[in-house]
Design a protein around this ligand. Structure first.
Ligand code: FMN
Length: 173
């Protein structure tokens, strides 16, 4: 039998959300028994969504909201018959500044997932309760390299989602 698939997908203009997605990928890959796929949203086919047992979606914060291409991507998901029901869902986001949008963006993503009947979850620690988020442009977090604190949140989210997939092992609809 093939391993269940964890799909990590993101939109990223300047690379930050992709970097966080890669940390999530490492966390998911640290769990034996799952296949991990990392794709930009524009590369995702409906078949990728249907084949996945878990879907993690990441967006940059744009004017305190989810980036439009990410919302359009989610709006394109198949809904008739609710084929994404019972898949595990999680969110991640990067924002330039502290407390100017990332939490809202993650909640927006989780809300859309709930409409699809997905089972949503957050990260490992209370600091990633809504998902993994990173600040990329304020104070000491404006470095070229993403701060370790955020990469660890990403790793923890990926690991937790992969473990949940194995634990629940939802039957395919
Ligand atoms: C049009 C636009 C609007 C933005 N608005 C916000 C905002 O409201 N709050 C915030 O924290 N960051 C904001 N940012 C900063 C981005 O969220 C941040 O740089 C993010 O890490 C970019 O992700 P990326 O490198 O994956 O494209 C904005 C960036 C752009 C381009």
């Amino acid at each position: 039998q093939e391993n269940p698939i964890v799909l990590i997908t993101y939109y990223s203009q300047s690379g930050n959300t992709k970097t966080l997605a890669e940390a999530i990928q490492k966390g998911a890959q640290s769990v034996n028994g799952v296949e991990v796929k990392l794709l930009a949203i524009e590369e995702v086919e409906v078949s990728d969504l249907l084949a996945a047992s878990a879907i993690l979606v990441g967006s940059p914060v744009y004017n305190a909201n989810i980036a439009t291409p990410v919302q359009e991507f989610i709006n394109s998901w198949p809904f008739e018959g609710r084929p994404l029901k019972n898949k595990i869902g999680a969110a991640f986001a990067t924002g330039g500044g502290i407390s100017i949008g990332e939490e809202g963006v993650m909640i927006d993503i989780l809300r859309s997932m709930l409409i699809h009947g997905m089972i949503v979850m957050g990260g490992e620690e209370v600091e990633s309760a809504f998902g993994a988020s990173a600040i990329t442009g304020e104070g000491s977090f404006s470095n070229e390299k993403m701060d370790e604190i955020f990469l660890n949140k990403g790793f923890g989210l990926g690991k937790r989602v992969a473990e949940a997939v194995l634990r629940f092992n939802f039957p395919e609809k």
